[in-house]
Design a protein around this ligand. Structure first.
Ligand code: SF4
Length: 301
């Protein structure tokens, strides 16, 4: 089906079903373009809770759709491609987390939002890449078990005096951004600001002018001093950066920084999902309740 026809059908169905389409910053450009909201996972879930939509079509990976279901328990959350899963989130399970907790009985568990609802349910508090330091500083303990991203955990450990125990998870996409490639890009574009995501390697972060979450990238790009930006994160965000700042130049630090899981959501899958009202994201009531406590605790600080 031609994409104009697809878009027309999606928009019609969206209205009929009182649905809202949310797209993560790393989604394909055409998916971002039909979304009601584009943003990071938590920002999207929170905004969805403020709308009167009954159905959320979440274009992102599995842990994001679960977070949306946790924060919107009365709404139907659809994931147009359930095979779109985050490999980093899959690196930790409730069982492995429970085993880690036994090894560190005095530590409080801070889980990155990139975790399943079941892992959040086993954690004391959730965090995002934007608020991780603030979350850790808010806890009345000196020992933190940080899961699952060792690189975000390492970055946070450079910003706090607390003892951060790392877990060996990582984002395969951000690891593709190598320090030598970042150095080469900086040499090629000396006027450009280099912004890195904290999921990057420490050697890459050391080269950056700013270390920011995806929403931070979008705000930073709007600054007057930014004319050119070297983008040190998943390259899907460049679609939004260019759209919001057409007069500026955005250059991927590495063309290899592509998350294949994020690209599995397509317009035809969104249409099918709205037509069938499937696949629905399901989180068991017990897990939902405990995961929500970890997320609400973060939102309250
Ligand atoms: S970019 Fe990395 S952290 Fe984000 S969904 Fe893909 S694999 Fe997971």
């Amino acid at each position: 089906m031609k994409s104009e026809k697809l878009i027309e059908k999606i928009l019609k169905l969206k209205k009929e079903k009182n649905a809202i389409i949310l797209a993560h910053n790393y989604q394909l450009g055409e998916v971002q373009d039909i979304a009601d909201l584009v943003g990071d996972s938590l920002e999207l879930s929170r905004k969805a809770a403020e709308t009167d939509a009954e159905v959320i079509v979440f274009c992102g990976v599995d842990f994001m759709t679960e977070t949306a279901a946790v924060l919107n328990p009365k709404k139907v959350v659809l994931h147009p491609e359930p095979l779109a899963k985050c490999p980093m989130a899959a690196m930790i399970t409730p069982e492995t987390l429970i085993a880690e907790k036994r090894k560190h009985p005095n530590a409080q568990v801070v889980c990155y939002v990139n975790t399943s609802a079941a892992v959040k349910a086993e954690s004391d508090i959730c965090c995002t890449s934007a608020n991780a330091v603030k979350v850790i500083e808010s806890l009345n303990t000196e020992e933190i078990l940080f899961v699952p991203d060792q690189y975000l955990g390492h970055y946070v450990s450079t910003q706090t005096d607390k003892k951060i125990i790392l877990y060996p998870g990582f984002c395969p996409t951000h690891l593709r951004i190598l320090p030598e490639i970042a150095e080469e890009s900086k040499r090629k574009y000396p006027e450009a600001k280099f912004v890195a995501h904290p999921e990057c390697r420490p050697e890459v972060i050391a080269l950056a002018d700013a270390v920011l979450s995806t929403s931070g990238f979008c705000r930073y790009a709007m600054g007057e001093e930014v004319k050119e930006m070297l983008v040190g994160t998943e390259i899907g965000i460049i679609h939004r950066l260019r759209k919001e700042n057409p007069e500026k130049r955005f250059i991927p630090v590495s063309e290899q920084a592509v998350c294949p899981n994020m690209k599995l959501i397509t317009l035809d899958k969104i249409l099918w999902s709205l037509e069938e009202m499937e696949p629905k994201v399901k989180v068991s009531p017990d897990v939902l309740h405990r995961a929500k406590e970890a997320v609400d605790r973060m939102l309250s600080i």
